[in-house]
Write a protein that binds this ligand. Sequence first.
Ligand code: ADP
Ligand code: MG
Ligand code: ZN
Length: 495
Amino acid sequence: MRMSRLVEEIYRTMSYEAVIGLEVHAQLLTNSKIFCGCSAAFGGAPNTHVCPICLGMPGVLPVLNKRAISYTMRMALAVGGRIAEVSQFARKNYFYPDLPKGYQISQYDRAGEPVSIGGAVEIETDDGSHFIRLRRIHVEEEAGKSIHDEPGYISGQSYIDYNRAGVPLIEIVSEPDIETPQQAAAFLTRLRQLVQYIGVCDGNMEEGSMRCDANVSVRKPGDPLGELAEIKNLNSIRAVERAITYEVERQIEAKNNGADIIRETRAWDEATKQTFSTRSKEEASDYRYFPDPDLVSLEIDRNWVEQINAELPELPHIRQARFESQYQLPQATAQTLTETRDRADYFEEVAEIHDDTRTVGNWMLSELLRVQNEQSLDSHELYRRIPAARFASLLQKMKEEEISGKIAKDVLDKMAISGDDPGTIIEAEGLRQISDSGAIESIVKEAIAANPSEAEAYCAGKTKLIGFFVGQVMKATKGQANPKLVNELLRKHLT
Ligand code: ADP
Ligand code: MG
Ligand code: ZN
């Protein structure tokens, strides 16, 4: 059937929409590798965390690391996935120097179930909140690392480090529910927050313990899905956003020029800010997946699932809602406070001691973050130098007017440098607020006497000059006079 002219015209000018699905790899924080006892720690001298199993020697047998599976189950439960009763490992065959066996042990839908099926995560972007469904979370082993032309190595030669080979990974595969580069960035940010909260991955994208492949296609609204390009190995959230933005534009331009999008693998070049083709995308059949005969199928006991569910910590969005109601915090404050688990824990420790929870939240997000940035401390070090009880004690001293808010900020700076408690700093530096009205009164009188023309102007109606006199008294007392008293006494004497 032919479309009417009008419909044809509308269709022609209709803009394209992007369809995006992410495959996110996260290295699990186990002590040992997934199929052998070698250390899974990051780094180490090349080829020191290796054994015949992870080097793929003939005749060896893999033994599955139980903790790798329990961590995968934690993630599954955190995103509402269904945990398979029976899960299966499969061989994904391909040849590459970083893959010593010639195959990667992974999982594949059509060769038995992956550990987790389905689930979803919620994200917030400027255009609202969205549910991104997950296809699956499967477990696999990490490959080794090829080294070409790096400092310390002979140029023109290739090296291989197998320390990473066999480190456990989960791959979190989304449905193509993502519509914009910003949503993709928010999705990845959310997953990174989740894996860190539940302690299964450090989320460190610089060290490669988390990275992602982005599948991108474009279509006109209502059309079937377009052919996709897969951008491999994006290793920062910013790169994900930029690479997808570029790729969507490239595909729209190609289509507008009448070209076809071909299914291919592309890479992101940070220098030119472009994606470029690396190879035509392999189909699943290229990998000749089949169940790994060296590994028995994995039966996951429901009691084990229950146990892991019971041990799961409170998840960030639930904790955020609780912070809003329990501590009377605005949504934005609760969201920032629960962004990381250590920050949320710290807040709750302080709030346990100091009941003005709004002040605790505000001071954490303004002053504590300021000190952290100014002194370039990571949060672990910040919280070590300023333990929750001491932060609470500082806020308490401010509330009881032992020190002013301004002095409290200075004391906080010093706490972060020396690690001392606020009481010690206040005593040692004589910072205690002057609340002795006799002492302040004489300084007030001096300030008035020293500035007769301002005093006259004040009395004639320029009452804004009160600020000038407060400033004079504060200067004379190094900021330590109780501001409320200063104001009262100035008004009394400026007549
Ligand atoms: P598999 O690798 O499981 O065989 P696909 O290669 O079809 O499946 O899907 C891998 C990823 O690509 C998934 O994250 C999925 O959401 C995404 N995806 C699938 N089709 C498209 C498409 N047309 N456009 C963008 N992303 C897609
Ligand atoms: Mg794939
Ligand atoms: Zn090993």
